[in-house]
Design a protein around this ligand. Sequence first.
Ligand code: TYD
Length: 223
Amino acid sequence: MGLFITFEGSEGSGKSTQTRALYERLHAENYPVILVREPGGTRIGDMIRRIVLDLQHTEMDATTETFLFSAARAQLVNEVIRPYLAQGGIVICDRYADSTYAYQGYGLGRDLNELKTLTAIATGGLRPDVSVYLDISADAGLERKQRRKNGALPQGVEWNRLDAREVAYHRRVADGYRTLINEDHERWFVCDAAQSIDTIAAAIYQHMSPFVAHIQKLDASGR
Ligand code: TYD
């Protein structure tokens, strides 16, 4: 039943570039594959994204933030991810539930057991088959993203409300990811984000080979 791949990483880790690279390679090989991102990936989810990341929403309560991410996730899982997996396809998701554990859990100090319960409700228990973590220190990642903010941000890169949080928060997030990976290391593929784009892309592709082996490719008509 399909293959569910998620990507995680701190700000400025190059995650979006790598999700796209994997998507394009699998697509070129005629695999049925879609790429979505969180928060967003649906019409309703994109509206929630605008609310949750808006720089002006400085008064947003942590509980509100947590529910908004979960609401966007529920919509994405039910509208897009589950149906595509049910057809035997590959779903690549740029961020998923681990982001909630890392950012709202370790970053903001929300109770992890509560977050797990909320996530189970939002996703109906859908977990990734394999997750990629692009490993970069919080400081290096923020510096990369800040540098791009000061120049013109490339398309698709935004400086948002959560990027604007203090460095200590981003360090807690990065440490949180390490804890999550240690607790479930079989699911994770950790890449050093300081390597070149091509080197990382090749390593990720190679890691995915055994996972995609059971996915049936599309025939010439695209079915
Ligand atoms: P985005 O611009 O998509 O950042 P990135 O390129 O780093 O993925 O913004 C998404 C932000 O939302 C990012 O700071 C991480 C945060 N986030 C959470 O705090 N909790 C979540 O559950 C999710 C999905 C994202």
